[in-house]
Design a binder for this molecule. Structure first.
Ligand SMILES: *[C@@H]1O[C@H](CO)[C@@H](O)[C@H](O)[C@H]1NC(C)=O
Ligand SMILES: *[C@@H]1O[C@H](CO)[C@@H](O)[C@H](O)[C@H]1NC(C)=O
Ligand SMILES: *[C@@H]1O[C@H](CO)[C@@H](O)[C@H](O)[C@H]1NC(C)=O
Ligand SMILES: *[C@@H]1O[C@H](CO)[C@@H](O)[C@H](O)[C@H]1NC(C)=O
Length: 342
């Protein structure tokens, strides 16, 4: 799959030309990480090879995403679905240009494999996640804008991207995640120890802005978190708990950001713990630091260093000094020309 770029390509090329950073000359929008390199079917291709269906309302959206036949489903305009949008296997769900959005009800990828969600705005999903990935593999969440507001406490909305029921081989890239509380949780049950060793998730080049907690928070898995830009992540960004292994490199933290990384098992009071207002205690997680991070004024609390020291695939690290500029330019909707996805 190849992307031609419009808005951002020019800007990125200009940034690259002005500063000639190494590694940007052959910059690619293609999938990187676990949704590309995995032992359960290989590179995610979504609906490639199937027909393209354009939808403007919920009934046609639901029909187009049902079943496991390959389909590319393009959303034009804003849709307020009557129920959660369920995505079957072998689908690409793509917002058109700057217009495709879904609000009030979110999107669930459940019991599925090979799904791409791209260039879509999903906002203000009350009492549930913007995107839930449940019991699914090979999922690529790329170039979306996911948001609500911070005025209603942690539990009025739920997550922006929650990955549950042992879902595996997921890449979350170039998303603009902003103005929300509980951002991205991987593994939502501390008692589900049978999930240990699943949840291979790559998070790269996401723009996390004005968020509360879970940037991401994970249990039981392997999370490769690189080249993300965090700005005003108020309470706690990366939380590796319940034996989770995180490899954290080349990320930049700015603004009013409290804690960049913690492996301490405590689910902090700001993160809606279930059993005590003082927080819930779980086992600690692990973290390894690869290529240098820029923590800004945020704190780091690594209690256990793990064994996940190297990602098992090839990927391109953006030099630290270009991360903020690049991610702000490239993350979110309207940045890749989805009409020329091959
Ligand atoms: C689509 O997904 C299913 C898994 O649900 C898989 O078995 C099938 O081979 C895939 N491809 C097509 C063309 O249906
Ligand atoms: C996924 O599978 C589980 C277990 O079989 C089932 O309870 C659930 O309804 C399924 N979800 C969807 C969206 O099909
Ligand atoms: C996962 O999906 C498979 C079928 O695709 C189903 O048999 C299994 O029960 C599901 N597991 C969960 C936890 O939903
Ligand atoms: C690490 O986190 C725990 C739980 O939030 C806290 O009690 C402890 O003081 C922290 N340690 C450091 C060095 O920040």
């Amino acid at each position: 799959m190849k992307f031609s770029t419009f808005v951002t390509a020019g800007a990125l090329a200009a940034a690259a030309a002005a500063t000639t950073p190494k590694g940007l000359d052959d910059f690619s929008w293609d999938v990187e990480g676990y949704a590309k390199d995995n032992p359960v079917g290989g590179k995610v291709v979504g609906g490639k090879g199937g027909p393209t269906v354009t939808v403007t309302d919920y009934p046609s959206l639901a029909t187009a995403l049902a079943g496991s036949e390959p389909r590319v489903v393009k959303v034009i305009g804003a849709i307020k679905p009557e129920a959660r949008v369920i995505v079957g296997s072998n689908k690409s769900l793509i917002g058109c240009k700057n217009s495709g959005s879904i609000y009030d009800k979110g999107v669930t990828v459940a019991n599925a494999t090979n799904v791409i969600i791209q260039n879509l705005k999903i906002n203000d999903v009350v009492g549930n996640d913007a995107i839930t990935i449940s019991n699914s593999t090979r999922v690529w969440i790329d170039h979306n804008e996911l948001t609500s507001d911070n005025n209603h406490g942690p539990d009025h909305y739920d997550g922006l991207i929650d990955i549950i029921r042992g879902s595996d081989y997921v890449t979350v890239s170039w998303n603009y995640l902003h103005d929300h509380w509980k951002t991205s949780l991987v593994g939502n049950e501390p008692t589900f120890t049978h999930e240990l060793g699943k949840y291979h998730v790559t998070y790269h080049h996401n723009f996390w802005q004005r968020l509360g907690t879970r940037g991401p928070a994970g249990r039981f898995g392997f999370h490769h978190i690189y080249n993300n830009y965090y700005e005003d992540f108020y309470y706690q960004a990366i939380h590796s708990r319940s034996d989770n292994q995180a490899l954290i490199e080349g990320n930049v933290f700015r603004g009013d950001t409290g804690e960049a990384v913690s492996t301490h098992g405590l689910v902090v009071p700001e993160d809606s713990p279930n059993f005590c207002v003082c927080g819930d205690d779980e086992k600690d997680g692990f973290a390894n630091l690869g290529y240098r991070n820029d923590w800004g004024s945020a704190t780091v609390n690594i209690t256990k260093v793990g064994t996940f020291t190297k990602a098992p695939y090839r990927y391109k690290l953006t030099p630290l000094k270009f991360v903020a500029e690049l991610v702000k330019l490239g993350a979110g909707i309207g940045k890749v020309d989805i009409d020329v996805i091959e």
